[in-house]
Design a protein around this ligand. Structure first.
Ligand code: DGJ
Length: 735
C-alpha cells in the first residue's frame, strides 16, 4: 500500500519524509525560500528540527504552502532524518552530515534545533532569509543563509557556525548547503578532465549510496573535476524540457559535493569545502563562514536554467559584468619565452592592424638572476628581465599606446620556482615539507597564501606594477601548479593546525584579490590556471573573465565551450584563435567569437586573405558582441547528439540575433539537410537573415531574405552546412 501511495505522490513532485501529523509540532515554523517560479519550503517537526518540506515549482497561492506537508505519510526511523535542512552528526542522524563537530571536551554529538528566522530585503533584488539553529546541550549555533534573486530564479546558500564553549571546537565537516529532492530518478551531469581536456561531461544515473565530486588538488580543480554540476529529475532534461537543477560551488579550492540516495530513493545533496585534511579549529565566539552554493532550478529544461544563471551572473556577480571587454592579441603561442622589445613592438603593430583593443604580453618577461627563459626558473622574481626588456614595462605600455593598442601583462603571483631569488631568500614562504623531497608541478611550487606576509607580497607584485605603470590595462592571472606536500611553515610557527591550510590558502587568495579590487576596481583581469583550472563564481567576483582551456583546437572548443555555457555567460569565456587544430581561420574565428574574442597567432605570417579575413572578423565581432555577451543563449543543436552544433544568441530586446553553426564531423554525407528551428525571437517581428563573417571571395548561398519571427521559430532556417561550409554565422536583424 505504501509503495503505490508513494508512486502517486512522487509524480506530483511534492514530498515530505515524515508525517506532518505525527512529527510536526502544533505550530510549526514554515519558511518559504521563494523565487518567481520556484519554492523551497523549510519547516520544523515536532522535535523542532528544521527540514526541507518541499523543493520544486512554486504553487500559485501562498496560502497553499501550509497544506503541502500534509500530503505525505512516510516514516523514516531507520537512519535518522533524511530531509534535514542542515544535517548534524553524532545524535539522531546516521547518514551523510553537513556539519560534524568535536566539542571542547571531546564529545562528538550535535543536534540542531530551530530557534528563529529573519527575512531581509536586499538592495538589488530579492531577500536574504536567515535561519538560526542551536544545539540544546552545547552552545553551538548555526545560521543558514538563503539569498534569493527572484527574477533569475537563483538562490545562493551558505552557513555560519559559531559557539561559546569554554574552549575551541573542531569542525570536521562544514558544508555550505544541504538540499533534499524527490523524484523517480536522478541523473547527475558532472564535468571532469585534465589539462587540455577540461569540462568533459559525464552523465550518470545516481543509485543507492553516495557519489561525491571532489577536488584535493588545492588549486586548479578542473585539472580533475569541476564544482559545476547539473541534476536532472525523473529523466534527462533537454534544453526545453524536464526538471533540472544547475549548481555551482563558489570556492577556488578543495571542494566536496555529496549526492546521497536515501532509503526512499530520494536525493540528499551536501556541498561545501572538502573536509579532506581540513578539520578546522574554531575558537569561542569566532564565526566560520562557509562559501556559497549557487543554484537555479527549472521545470522547463537546461536552456532557461542556464540563461537564468547567466543573467544573474552578469547582473549580480561577475566583476564588471555590465562593462565592456577587450579583444586582444596574446603572444604566448606566437613567441613562447623568446621575445625582446623590437619583436614586441612589431606585435603591437600586428595587434593594431588586426583591430583588437589590446596586446597581452604573456609569460617570460621577468627575473634576472634566474631569467624566465623557460618554465624552470624565475617565478617569484617579478622584475623585468633586463636583457629582454631593458626599458621596462613602462616603455612597452607607451610603445603599445603609440601603436594604438592598450597593453596587458601575464603574472603567476601565487607560484615560485626553486630556481629563483625569492626561493633563496624566502624558503619559509613556500608550501613544502622540510624533511621530504620537493615535488614539482611544471617545475614550480606554491607560495603559502595562508601567511599574511605572502599575501602582502602577492598584493605588492600587482600593486607596484600598477603604481609604476598606471596605464597598464589588463592582467592575466595564471596558476599552473597543484599543491603537493601541503605544509605551511607559517601555520607551524604560529601554532595553528596544518589542517587549516587548504581553507586559509583560499581565504588568503581572496583577501589579496579583495584588496586589489578595492584599489583597482575597473582593471580587467583574466583568471587562468594552466589552462582552465579555475572557473567558479567566487573567483569571478574579482575576475572579469576566465581562460577555459589551453586547448584551442576549435573543434574541441565547440564541445568545451558548450559545456561551460551551462554555467557561465559568453562574456567571461576567453576564446583565442591559435594554431591548434587544422581547420581554416574562418572556422577558428567563428568558434572564438562565441565569447570574448582573442588571437594568439603570428599575424604577420598569415597569408593575405587570412589576414584580410581576421581583420574584418574583428570589425564584425565588434558589431555583434553585445548580443553574444549579454543576450540570451539558445543551444539549438547539440554536437553530442548530432553531427552539427548550432548556438543562437538573441539580444534582450529580441531585435538582433547571431546564429553560429558548425559541422562537427568529417564523415561522408553529413550536411545540414533540415532547418534549425530558432528560439527567443518575437513571433510578430520581421527579421532579415544574412550570412556574415564570410571568408574573402566566398559566395554565400543566402540571399538576404526577410522572415517573420514566427517562421524562424516554427519552420526554422537551414545554415546550409556542408563539407565546404563547415562553419556558418547568420545575423538575424529586426527590420
Ligand atoms: C598556462 C596558460 O594556460 C597559458 O595560456 C600560458 O599563459 C602559460 N601558462 C604560460 O606559462
Amino acid at each position: 500500500m505504501f509503495a503505490s501511495l508513494r508512486k502517486n505522490v512522487l509524480t506530483t513532485f511534492l514530498f515530505l519524509v515524515v508525517s506532518f501529523s505525527e512529527s510536526f509540532g502544533q505550530t510549526p515554523a514554515l519558511i518559504p525560500v521563494a523565487t518567481e517560479n520556484n519554492l523551497m519550503l523549510l519547516g520544523t517537526d515536532k522535535q523542532n528540527r528544521l527540514r526541507i518540506v518541499y523543493f520544486g515549482a512554486k504553487p500559485a497561492k501562498e496560502n497553499d504552502y501550509s497544506k503541502i506537508a500534509a500530503q505525505y505519510f512516510i516514516n523514516d526511523n531507520n537512519a535518522g532524518i533524511y530531509n534535514a535542512a542542515y544535517t548534524t552528526a553524532g545524535t539522531y542522524n546516521l547518514v551523510e552530515p553537513a556539519l560534524q563537530v568535536k566539542h571542547y571536551d571531546g564529545n562528538l554529538s550535535l543536534d540542531l534545533k530551530y530557534k528563529s528566522f529573519t527575512t531581509n530585503k536586499n538592495p538589488d533584488d530579492g531577500q536574504t532569509i536567515t535561519v538560526l539553529l542551536q544545539d540544546e546541550v552545547y552552545p553551538v549555533q548555526v545560521k543558514l543563509f538563503y539569498r534569493t534573486w527572484p527574477k533569475e530564479n537563483v538562490v545562493e546558500q551558505w552557513a555560519e557556525v559559531s559557539h561559546t564553549e569554554s574552549d575551541s571546537i573542531i569542525l570536521s565537516k562544514y558544508a555550505s548547503a544541504n538540499l533534499y529532492f524527490v523524484a523517480e530518478k536522478f541523473i547527475l551531469t558532472h564535468f571532469h578532465g585534465t589539462w587540455a581536456k577540461e569540462m568533459q561531461p559525464v552523465e550518470t544515473e545516481l543509485s543507492a549510496g553516495i557519489m561525491s565530486l571532489d577536488s584535493k588538488l588545492g588549486t586548479r580543480a578542473n585539472l580533475y573535476q569541476s564544482q559545476n554540476f547539473m541534476v536532472s529529475f525523473d529523466k534527462v532534461a533537454t534544453e526545453t524540457e524536464g526538471k533540472v537543477l544547475i549548481g555551482s560551488l563558489g570556492w577556488t579550492g578543495n571542494f566536496k559535493i555529496d549526492f546521497e540516495i536515501d532509503s526512499w530513493n530520494n536525493l540528499r545533496l551536501i556541498a561545501g569545502i572538502n573536509p579532506y585534511a581540513s578539520a578546522y579549529t574554531l575558537a569561542p565566539s569566532k564565526i566560520f563562514r562557509t562559501p556559497s552554493l549557487v543554484y537555479t532550478y527549472s521545470e522547463k529544461g537546461t536552456g532557461i536554467a542556464s540563461r537564468n544563471l547567466h543573467h544573474w551572473a552578469i547582473e549580480h556577480r561577475i566583476a564588471d559584468g555590465k562593462g565592456t571587454r577587450l579583444s586582444l592579441l596574446n603572444n604566448w603561442e606566437a613567441t613562447y619565452f623568446d621575445f625582446d622589445e623590437p619583436k614586441l613592438k612589431d606585435l603591437f603593430k600586428d595587434a593594431k592592424n588586426l583591430g583588437v583593443d589590446l596586446f597581452l604580453l604573456d609569460d617570460g618577461w621577468f627575473a634576472n638572476k634566474y631569467p624566465r627563459n623557460g618554465d624552470n626558473a624565475g617565478l617569484g622574481d617579478w622584475q623585468e628581465n633586463k636583457k629582454k626588456l631593458p626599458n621596462g614595462i613602462g616603455y612597452l605600455v607607451r610603445e603599445a599606446e603609440k601603436a594604438g593598442v592598450k597593453f596587458g601583462i601575464w603574472v603567476e603571483p601565487e607560484m615560485i620556482n626553486p630556481k629563483s631569488e625569492l626561493y633563496e631568500t624566502h624558503k619559509d614562504w613556500v608550501l613544502r615539507q622540510n624533511e621530504r623531497p620537493e615535488i614539482y608541478f611544471r617545475n614550480q611550487l606554491v607560495l603559502d597564501l595562508s601567511n599574511p606576509e605572502v599575501q602582502q607580497f602577492v598584493y605588492s607584485v600587482l600593486d607596484s606594477m600598477f603604481y609604476k605603470n598606471p596605464n597598464l590595462s589588463f592582467i592575466k592571472w595564471d596558476c599552473n601548479a597543484v599543491i603537493y606536500n601541503a605544509h605551511s611553515m607559517y601555520l607551524q610557527k604560529s601554532g595553528l593546525p596544518q589542517s587549516h591550510l587548504y581553507v586559509e590558502y583560499v581565504r588568503g587568495l581572496y583577501s589579496v584579490l579583495e584588496k586589489l579590487r578595492k584599489k583597482y576596481p575597473s582593471i580587467p583581469m583574466m583568471l587562468c590556471s594552466g589552462g582552465g583550472g579555475r572557473a567558479d563564481y567566487e573567483a569571478l567576483r574579482y575576475f572579469t573573465e576566465f581562460w577555459p582551456s589551453d586547448n584551442t583546437d576549435p573543434l574541441e572548443r565547440i564541445y568545451m565551450q558548450w559545456n561551460y555555457s551551462y554555467f557561465f555567460p559568453a562574456l567571461v569565456s576567453c576564446n583565442h584563435v591559435t594554431d591548434w587544430g587544422k581547420q581554416p581561420i574562418k572556422f577558428k574565428t567563428d568558434v572564438a567569437m562565441m565569447g570574448k574574442l582573442g588571437f594568439d597567432i603570428v599575424v604577420s605570417k598569415l597569408n593575405e586573405k587570412d589576414a584580410q579575413f581576421a581583420k574584418s572578423a574583428v570589425t564584425t565581432y565588434n558589431s555583434i558582441k553585445e548580443t553574444i555577451w549579454r543576450g540570451d543563449l539558445y543551444r539549438i543543436e547539440n554536437p553530442y547528439k548530432k553531427p552539427t552544433a548550432v548556438l543562437f544568441y538573441v539580444s534582450k530586446s529580441k531585435n538582433h540575433g547571431v546564429l553560429f553553426s558548425y559541422l562537427t564531423t568529417e564523415r561522408y554525407g553529413n550536411t545540414s539537410s533540415r532547418p534549425s528551428r530558432l528560439a527567443g525571437l518575437d513571433p510578430a517581428k520581421d527579421y532579415q537573415v544574412k550570412e556574415i563573417n564570410l571568408y574573402p571571395g566566398a559566395n554565400s548561398p543566402f540571399k538576404t531574405t526577410v522572415y517573420s519571427g514566427d517562421y524562424l521559430m516554427t519552420i526554422g532556417i537551414n545554415p546550409r552546412l556542408s563539407g565546404s561550409r563547415k562553419s556558418v554565422v547568420l545575423e538575424i536583424l529586426e527590420i
